[in-house]
Design a protein around this ligand. Structure first.
Ligand code: AMP
Length: 206
């Protein structure tokens, strides 16, 4: 199955995508993760992306489009994929439509105050694990023992900018995909498990 996940920063796209990837046995493709990996490796794309990410702004469409097109051409995407954080603009959605069709676009709906609380509590590990101080107390990763850290763009000033960018550039995709008959909206305000249950129910009745 070919999924796109929509939702504000902090709506839980990454957590949901991880559960879905495991359940459907298809790859989870997060453009944010791709940029963070480039950043870590010190590539040209990483340096470019950082200048936008640190300000809470979107990396230019042509850069993201190319990365996603190349990734979707890899053999593990044949059975499907979960795109998390892409597309984020109408031009990106148009570019994606020239590369692949989609089965479902899942919009994870979460109230703004919950989103802000979740992002401010989000902590990451170098190994890829994600935690939240609202439910996890240790400063160390449960999986590998390394020190957890806060994403630079999860700090308060940047989060507000990211939410503004989401409203302006990404929220219009909800109507865009609604008109194409691909949209499913699910409540993501509770746990990851409950959100996945909501998704399963919505898919069963679509
Ligand atoms: P995320 O981890 O999805 O929140 O993405 C982190 C940051 O990476 C975003 O705030 C953007 O700066 C950049 N980014 C990720 N995906 C995209 C995209 N589809 N278009 C433009 N910028 C992106």
């Amino acid at each position: 199955m070919k999924f796109v996940l929509l939702g504000a920063p902090g709506a839980g796209k990454g957590s949901q995508a991880a559960v879905m990837a495991d359940y459907y046995k298809i790859p989870h493709i997060s453009t944010g993760d791709v940029f963070r990996a480039h950043l870590k490796a010190g590539t040209e794309i990483g340096v470019l992306a950082k200048s936008y990410m640190d300000k809470g702004l979107l990396v230019p469409d042509d850069v993201v489009d190319k990365i996603v097109e190349q990734r979707l051409a890899e053999s593990d995407c044949v059975r499907g994929f979960i795109l998390d954080g892409y597309p984020r603009t109408i031009p990106q959605a148009e570019a994606l439509s020239t590369v692949t069709d989609l089965d479902y676009v899942v919009d994870i709906v979460v109230a703004n105050d919950i989103v802000i609380k979740r992002i401010s509590g989000r902590r990451m590990c170098m190994c890829g694990a994600t935690y939240n101080t609202n439910s996890y107390n240790s400063p160390l990763c449960e999986k590998c023992g390394k020190q957890l850290y806060q994403r630079e763009d999860d700090k308060k000033e940047t989060v507000l900018k990211r939410l503004e960018v989401y409203e302006k550039n990404t929220a219009p995709l909800i109507e865009y995909y609604q008109e194409k008959g691909l949209l499913i909206q699910i409540d993501g305000g509770e746990s990851v498990e409950k959100t996945f249950e909501n998704l399963q129910k919505a898919l069963a009745t679509k």
